[in-house]
Write a protein of this length. Structure first.
Length: 474
């Protein structure tokens, strides 16, 4: 019997034969649920994914498969709710340790997701089809010209189109994103009275260069915000988080971060570079997005990828020629994989994403053992949790460790927080390391305004400069 394209797609994503028989009907249903046609699946399997992803590695195919599993899981959120499970959403950036702790507490009786981040990531990264959601939100108040975040637009559209159920509660984190909590208020006021939300805030009022994680009053404040948020969620859902649940979730986060650190380290030392920057950033993104399916499939994928990358390094295999310039990014655009591809086509290898790569400090033991204080300290060691000078210092350290020929900043021009901060950080880092920094206007999540044609000249020019500089140093 001939295979259909849905089955071929699952094979591409490294699903085992016995799994495909069971999951195929769920995949067909999920694809239709989120607006993916048979033509979209064929385009992804035959053109988009082979053109943009290093599918010669089984680990990369398994990584894509892990995201597809989670998309299928999200399509069943309403079924979970009808069976009595509590639905808890969140937005990024957020402290996801709490969500993993919820899963330890509630198991299948709780469903956790950041549905907007998952939808944009999967639909644009692997199918190049997030635009219908963005356009839907723009028709309902989030005007196109105001450069609202694609995630907030997708959250509105997904609820408006009823592809995700109203949650029992969404934990709306205002640690960095000021628009996120207002979006959830907008959803509730406009059309969804069942959309209940809890808001956590963090004032960014530390002095320039202070180590946020070393200020006990700041760690205590973040710990209290976590406790308060969990208390409110417990009152709404009945899900009770214990210290043991938090400890297990911390262990998960630390273990997965360590494996990401191993992969980044291999990439920084390899010549030629064996993987693209998009591959790496998709392993890193679950450091900030909880998967209801957990880390099992992602860890299987990253373990296999590390093994395959080591073998490729030993054999001298790479996605660019030996000696090619390397660029680090503040963040390789997670849902716009053609940016990575275009640099590689121009003989330059994107490698590490600074905003998601663990720093040396993140991989050292925490000062606090009490799980809420430890979780807070861990957050304040991350780029999103610290003040701008401290983040610049971690970037300087990563530049010295990874030794890129240049750093690419940008792709956050929609973000009032990161868009301005990056330009200041670029100046600081370039002055203190001597490594050139380039700023590219663009969007981490979508490419309607920043098509390949629009950015080709910019990327080609940067690549040419770096190759000429590399030749002059030979």
């Amino acid at each position: 019997m001939a295979k259909n394209i849905y089955e071929e797609f699952l094979e591409l994503c490294a699903f085992e034969p016995e799994e495909i028989t069971e999951i195929l009907p769920q995949w067909i249903k999920a694809a239709d649920h989120f607006g993916l046609t048979e033509e979209d699946i064929r385009f992804a399997a035959e053109e988009w994914i082979p053109s943009h992803w290093d599918i010669q590695y089984q680990g990369i195919r398994k990584m894509i498969g892990a995201y597809i599993r989670e998309l299928i899981e999200l399509s069943k959120a309403r079924e979970y709710k009808e069976k009595g499970a509590k639905i808890v959403y969140g937005i990024i950036p957020a402290i996801i340790t709490s969500y993993r702790a919820m899963k330890y507490s509630g198991g299948d009786q709780v469903f956790v997701s950041f549905p907007d981040a998952l939808l944009v990531t999967v639909l644009n990264s692997f199918f190049h089809k997030a635009n219908p959601y963005l356009e839907c939100a723009e028709e309902h108040g989030f005007t196109y010209g105001c450069r609202h975040c694609a995630l907030n637009k997708t959250r509105i559209a997904a609820r408006w189109e009823n592809v995700i159920p109203a949650p029992d509660v969404i934990w709306s984190w205002g640690f960095n994103c000021d628009e996120g909590p207002k979006t959830d208020e907008y959803i509730q006021c406009l059309f969804d009275k069942d959309w209940r939300y809890v808001i956590s805030r963090l004032p960014h009022d530390t002095n320039f260069g202070e180590a946020d994680d070393e200020l006990d009053d700041r760690v205590e404040f973040v710990a209290m915000e976590i406790k308060d948020g969990l208390k409110q969620i417990e009152e709404i859902t009945g899900i009770k988080i214990t210290e043991e649940h938090m400890k297990k979730a911390l262990e998960d986060s630390n273990r997965y971060a360590f494996k990401n650190g191993m992969l980044v380290s291999l990439m920084s030392k390899a010549d030629p570079v064996p993987l693209g920057g998009s591959d790496i950033v998709h392993f890193q993104q679950p450091l900030g997005i909880p998967f209801n399916t957990g880390l099992k499939y992602l860890e299987e994928a990253i373990d296999l990828t590390i093994k395959e990358v080591r073998a490729a390094i030993k054999e001298g295999k790479g996605v660019v020629p030996k000696g090619a310039p390397k660029v680090a990014f503040y963040g390789v655009p997670v849902a716009v994989p053609w940016v990575d591809r275009m640099f590689r086509e121009n003989g330059v290898a994107p490698t590490v994403s600074f905003n998601l790569s663990p720093s040396r400090k993140m991989l050292t033991p925490l000062r606090h053992s009490e799980p809420y204080m430890a979780t807070a300290e861990q957050w304040l060691r991350m780029p999103m949790g610290m003040n701008m000078r401290s983040e610049a210092d971690t970037m300087i350290q990563k530049i010295k460790d990874n030794k890129p020929d240049a750093v690419i900043m940008g792709f956050f021009d929609f973000d009032r927080w990161l868009g301005a901060q990056q330009k200041m950080a670029a100046k600081i880092c370039e002055e203190e390391t001597g490594v050139p920094h380039y700023y590219i206007e663009g969007d981490w999540w979508e490419d309607r305004d920043y098509s390949p044609e629009a950015l080709r000249t910019r990327i080609e020019s940067i690549s040419q400069i770096l190759k000429l500089k590399k030749l002059s140093q030979a």
